[in-house]
Design a protein around this ligand. Structure first.
Ligand SMILES: [Zn+2]
Length: 92
């Protein structure tokens, strides 16, 4: 699950967000700005519990963004990503 720290160049707010293929990073939850700097990946999510917490957090950030209309699609993509991740784990 690609989770990154972002820093907003507009207001300096730092937050975590999911990066999905072919998608731009989430908007800044503080000022809705999209001029974001992607910081070094904060952590590799291994445990399902941690992953769930991160997804919940990211969803929360998305819910407050102007992209709420994409929410259903977004949730579906997160779900697919998660299933894929579990399948890969099972193959190891
Ligand atoms: Zn901002």
């Amino acid at each position: 699950m690609p989770i990154y720290d972002f820093k907003c160049r507009g207001c300096g707010h730092q937050f975590e967000g999911l990066v999905l293929p072919a998608r731009t990073p989430p908007a800044c939850p503080a000022c809705q700005g999209q001029d974001l700097e992607r910081l070094v990946s904060s952590f590799a999510v291994n445990s399902a519990e941690l992953s769930q917490a991160a997804i919940k957090k990211a969803k929360k950030a998305y819910a407050g963004s102007p992209r709420q209309r994409d929410k259903q699609v977004h949730e579906r993509e997160v779900f697919v990503e998660h299933v894929k991740e579990r399948e890969e784990d099972a193959q190891r």
